[in-house]
Design a protein around this ligand. Structure first.
Ligand SMILES: *Cc1c(COP(=O)(O)O)cnc(C)c1O
Length: 362
């Protein structure tokens, strides 16, 4: 069978998002013949030794890349990051306990809504009054809080926590859009969760990292499938796991490791962000939409000083094969997502489009 070679576009979509080209190639091959089994990965038993080896490698890669101690368990679940909005409080927060939340926008609000079903929620800080253009930093964490929840990178508004608070209260963190993008001190975290489809793999699997000693303290009955302990006891194999998304996520983690780990990712991500924000700040037609010190290295949000020009700029982007630039409907303007797999060459293409557009229209 002949493969039609189509020219690949520069993928700036926020999620599902770009994956490394070498990962896509291996994933494609595995849909034909996985591990020499003469079968597609889509049609094999999840209990086969070939597939259990994938889960084991994915688990140890996640541990290695994040530097996790044996206090933590790595789970591959379904239901998206959105299911963790309720699973985390259901498993951690006693009905009379209090969880603190930092509200940095869309995703935090959804997490807050679910947590209220299980216990008391103390919204410690919020940037709602500025439509989430910054990360709140001025707050004190009560020492008796069960946990503090943060969204490490706000995918919609383009803000990112560049630091996490010094506290003995465990941090529960939605890292959907910046997992494996930089080194973090994992010992501060009680739970880290992320939907795979931003920076780790395809949609369909959710990575959940749990500090074991925090579990089993709520006193409430938990449905079997929603109990972290069920999945810990069965190594993410209590029921049929999303085999293909786990496989592709494993390949992506391998790619991160082969390319120098999270430290090297951070260096590249900083260079890409510097290039793009540099253009936004120096180009007469554009401006950033968030506080400079809180700018996301993953989702770069910006707009035009003259919003009438935005449609023409999007056309110029499309003509240069740059796709996925249109901003989220709640923010407007533009958003260029430049996750781990995005090469700096593609960012340069976008920067060139911005420059050309300015020289033609300024
Ligand atoms: C995309 C996203 C989500 C939602 O993830 P799903 O897997 O679709 O449930 C949650 N939080 C953040 C920060 C996101 O970027």
């Amino acid at each position: 069978m002949n493969t039609v070679i189509t020219k690949k576009k520069h993928n700036f979509y926020a999620g599902p998002a770009i994956l490394p080209a070498s990962v896509l190639k291996q994933a494609t091959a595995a849909t034909e013949d996985f591990a020499g089994m003469g079968l597609s990965i889509l049609e094999i038993s999840h209990r086969s030794p070939q597939f259990t080896a994938v889960v084991e490698e994915a688990t140890s890669l996640a541990k290695e890349l994040l530097g996790l101690s044996d206090d933590y368990e790595v789970l591959f679940l379904t239901g998206g990051a959105s299911s963790q909005f309720y699973m985390a409080p259901m498993n951690l927060l006693p009905q009379d306990g209090t969880a603190c939340y930092i509200n940095t926008g869309t995703w935090s609000n959804k997490a807050i809504k679910e947590a209220k079903l299980f216990g008391n929620v103390n919204e410690l800080a919020s940037s709602a009054e500025s439509n989430y253009t910054f990360i709140p930093k001025d707050y004190e964490i009560p020492s008796d809080a069960t946990y503090i929840h943060m969204t490490s990178n706000n995918t919609v508004f383009g803000t990112q926590h560049h630091e996490f608070p010094e506290t003995n209260v465990p941090i529960v963190c939605d890292m959907s859009s910046d997992i494996f993008s930089r080194p973090i001190d994992v010992s501060k975290f009680g739970i880290i969760y992320c939907g795979a489809q931003k920076n780790m793999g395809p949609a369909g699997v959710t990575l959940v990292i749990v500090r074991k000693d925090l579990l089993g303290k709520t006193g409430r009955p938990i449905p079997t499938m929603l109990d972290y302990n069920t999945h810990i006891a069965k190594g993410s194999m209590f029921n049929t796991p999303p085999a293909f998304p786990i496989y592709v996520s494993m390949l992506t983690m391998r790619w991160v490791k082969e390319n120098g780990g999270v430290e090297a990712m951070a260096e590249k991500n900083e260079a890409k962000a510097k290039l793009l924000y540099g253009e936004i700040d120096s180009n007469p037609l554009f401006e950033g939409t968030t506080a400079v010190e809180d700018r996301s290295l993953m989702n770069v949000t910006f707009k035009m000083k003259d919003t009438e020009m935005e449609a023409a700029f999007l056309e110029a982007c499309a003509a240069a094969d740059c796709v996925g630039i249109k901003g989220h409907r709640s923010v407007g303007g533009f958003r260029a997502s430049i996750y781990n797999a995005m090469p700096i060459e593609s960012v340069q293409v976008l920067v060139d489009v911005m420059r050309d557009f300015a020289s033609q229209n300024a």
